[in-house]
Design a protein around this ligand. Structure first.
Ligand SMILES: *Cc1c(COP(=O)(O)O)cnc(C)c1O
Length: 410
């Protein structure tokens, strides 16, 4: 079915190249590819399908059970981690679809253990299957995860849950893009304490994971994780999301200069030079559907926030904030037409946006317009949108609406 002329192109090639780059940078650590939130708006099934061509048994991280169940059909051999935990009604589906759930609360254990029990006839004396779980430790995010003071009770609760097996232990870093590394060092200190407790309770996790894109792209923190995991004879794993899609988080702090900064342990972290090789995977495009010329003094859009200072040629785009084009780009952002930047003129509407093409000769109805991506020698990125909208590239990418079709390109 034909749609409005607005679409997002997803480059398979770039996704794969970013993944390979991150693998190389991660060194001895494995990667868990974060494909949550519909692969940051890129389309989880095609993106995961592409990544699986690289490694069928790859670890992938999703938001919830529903996303995991959908992914299972595309990635039958992948190891799927449900990072948002499990809810009571979801426990059976999580197990049936071989999803590994992140657990940090005794209610998770109750629900999963009940679901495991329901799968076996009561007569069976010993569990024949054990369901893998990953324990999340809260080392400072105060978001999800078990705090150190609550960990012993949770481990006791696990003793009474023979159907569950601690396959992994994870934590989440709150400031991995701060290159002085101090906060991360503190979090790792707590993580180590938790790992000791877990080992003392007789658990031998196969995977120990932490860190996101920023961690892969810096040296120091990844190395510390690898050393830590080795002490517990586990595999270290890093969890990049944003970088897979071609964007590095914004780093701050000492060590930002790439040259000559060598980190040892956690005294700090240096950016790895590969950062510059990341390539944005998504391009967002539309077409000019209408054109008009307004006279000096005439206005455009709601509340007349754009007033022409000269005879102005305005072009209409079938893209609005309901498509995910952030309304804060009104009178601030620009787009690419015929390889040149055209400013957004007036307020972005729900379904429509007007741009000023007065300085671009020969513009016609049907011309392709780039909202995010390259055109000629110009380029607009999700960073640009994030700056205009005072947010982060994550939010820009995730907010591209479902009604914008994703088109896979090689
Ligand atoms: C989203 C998420 C990540 C990935 O973060 P990026 O900054 O996108 O690399 C890693 N770990 C957890 C637990 C997450 O929720």
């Amino acid at each position: 079915m034909a749609t409005r002329p607005i679409w997002a192109e997803i480059s398979r090639q770039r996704l794969l190249e970013n993944y390979r780059l991150l693998r190389r940078l991660a060194g001895a650590a494995d990667l868990l590819a974060i494909v949550k939130a519909n692969a940051y708006g890129h389309g989880i099934l095609p993106c995961a399908g592409t990544l699986c061509t690289e490694e069928a048994r790859m670890w992938m991280g999703v938001t919830g059970v529903q996303e995991g169940v959908a992914l299972r059909a595309t990635a039958p051999r992948a190891r799927i981690l449900v990072m948002g935990g499990v809810w009571k009604q979801e426990a059976a589906a999580a197990i049936a679809h071989r999803l590994t759930t992140v657990v940090w609360d005794s209610s998770h254990i109750d629900w999963l253990q009940t679901a495991v029990g329901a799968r076996r006839p009561a007569a069976a004396s010993r569990p024949t299957v054990s369901v893998p779980i990953h324990l999340e430790i809260d080392t400072g995010m105060s978001r999800q995860g078990v705090r150190l003071d609550a960990l012993p009770a949770l481990l006791e609760r696990l003793v009474a849950s023979p159907g569950l097996r601690v396959d992994g232990v994870m934590t989440h870093l709150h400031s991995p893009e701060s290159l002085d590394g101090r906060a991360t060092a503190e979090q790792f200190g707590q993580f180590r304490t938790a790992l000791d407790l877990i080992a003392a309770h007789g658990h031998h996790p196969v995977w120990i994971h932490a860190g996101n894109s920023a961690t892969v792209l810096t040296e120091g923190s990844a190395k510390a994780l690898i050393d830590l995991a080795a002490q517990y004879s586990a595999n270290a794993m890093l969890r990049p999301g944003l970088a897979l899609y071609g964007y590095a988080p914004r780093f701050s702090g000492a060590g930002l200069s790439l040259a000559g900064f060598s980190a040892s342990g956690f005294s700090g972290a240096a950016l790895l030079s590969g950062v510059h090789l990341l390539q944005p995977v998504l391009s967002w495009r539309t077409r000019i559907v209408s054109l008009c010329t307004i006279a000096p003094g005439e206005t455009a859009g709601y509340c007349a926030t754009f007033r022409a200072a000269r005879p102005s040629r305005l072009a209409l785009l079938p893209a609005g904030y309901a498509d995910g084009l952030n309304r804060r780009l009104s009178n601030r952002g620009s787009v690419l037409v015929r390889g040149q930047r055209a400013p957004i003129a007036g307020r972005i509407s729900m379904d429509l946006t007007t741009i000023d093409v007065t300085d671009i000769p020969g513009v016609e109805i049907g011309d392709e317009v780039t909202l995010i991506g390259e055109q000629g020698r110009e380029r607009i990125t999700a960073y640009d949108h994030a700056d205009w909208a005072d947010t982060i590239p994550y939010e820009i990418l995730c907010n591209i609406a479902a009604r914008v079709p994703r088109v896979m390109k090689d």
